[in-house]
Write a protein that binds this ligand. Structure first.
Ligand SMILES: NC(=O)c1ccc[n+]([C@@H]2O[C@H](COP(=O)([O-])OP(=O)(O)OC[C@H]3O[C@@H](n4cnc5c(N)ncnc54)[C@H](OP(=O)(O)O)[C@@H]3O)[C@@H](O)[C@H]2O)c1
Length: 228
């Protein structure tokens, strides 16, 4: 039975990923900043099918504790889902340097660090995959303004995942950034195009059907290749 590791699992897309992977019979290791407060997540399934772990994705100490705790476990799918929108800055007049750095810490650097911390666990799997929930808002192809911190952080994580896919090719680890659609969550808002259940059901079909030749592609929740 596959084991899926998900960050930001206490709400939004991460919570629904946990719910639907559990419903499909997979084991889920659900990471969130405060597992004790994650009541809705905890109620999805009993242990050992569902294991909750504390993880602040920007903290090296928290990542080291996680790696030590999951030492002997095989993980088949790592999903870097935790994300923040950050400040709504425009490029002209931009002044929230710390807000931009914080957005990069969560959206760009943490997916690399989480993946590095769990690399031994992934290498123990027969068909390992690293999925990073990115966004079409990071696509250079889309000429849109605003949300400087968010857009640049997602553009950068797309490039980081492309590089990672090449470096992990020799270990047969599939790496893909994915766009989940515009989704009705706290981040996406109630006016968004699709429900979280629709998005996640599509994402899981995409993840389950990934082949080695898909590694390094930027894919949508419908399985289409998204322009970089
Ligand atoms: N919703 C959309 O329309 C949409 C579209 C494109 C891409 N995305 C991407 O999809 C992912 C999930 O988004 P969402 O809509 O589900 O957002 P959300 O409802 O705002 O949930 C964000 C999740 O990330 C966690 N998180 C944030 N910072 C963290 C940190 N430093 N350490 C650990 N966990 C942290 C949050 O935990 P706390 O509860 O502790 O804050 C929460 O669980 C994000 O990467 C987002 O950029 C979303």
């Amino acid at each position: 039975m596959e084991t899926v590791f998900i960050t930001g699992a206490n709400r939004g897309i991460g919570l629904e990923l946990s719910r639907q992977f559990l419903a499909s019979g997979r084991n889920v290791i659900a990471a969130c900043r405060d597992a004790n407060q994650a009541t809705e997540l905890r109620e999805l399934a009993p242990s050992p099918q569902l294991e909750l772990v504390d993880l602040e994705v920007t903290s090296q100490e928290s990542l080291s504790q996680l790696a030590a705790k999951l030492d002997e476990k095989t993980i088949d799918i790592v999903i870097n889902n935790a994300g923040v929108f950050g400040p709504f800055d425009t490029a002209v007049g931009f002044n929230d340097v710390q807000g931009w750095l914080d957005t990069f810490s969560v959206n760009t650097i943490a997916p690399m660090q989480v993946t590095s911390a769990l690399l031994p666990n992934l290498k123990a799997s027969d068909r390992p995959k690293v999925i990073t929930v990115s966004s079409q808002m990071g696509s250079l192809h889309r000429e849109e303004q605003g949300a400087l911190a968010y857009r640049t952080s997602k553009a950068a994580v797309n490039k980081a995942m492309q590089i990672l896919s090449m470096e992990l090719d020799e270990h047969d680890i599939i790496v893909c950034p994915v766009h989940p659609g515009w989704v009705q969550t706290d981040m996406g808002g109630s006016e968004a195009d699709i429900t979280v259940a629709e998005s996640v059901s599509g994402l899981i079909q995409v993840i389950d059907s990934l082949k080695k030749e898909d590694s390094g592609k930027f894919l949508t929740w419908k399985g289409e290749e998204h322009p970089w």
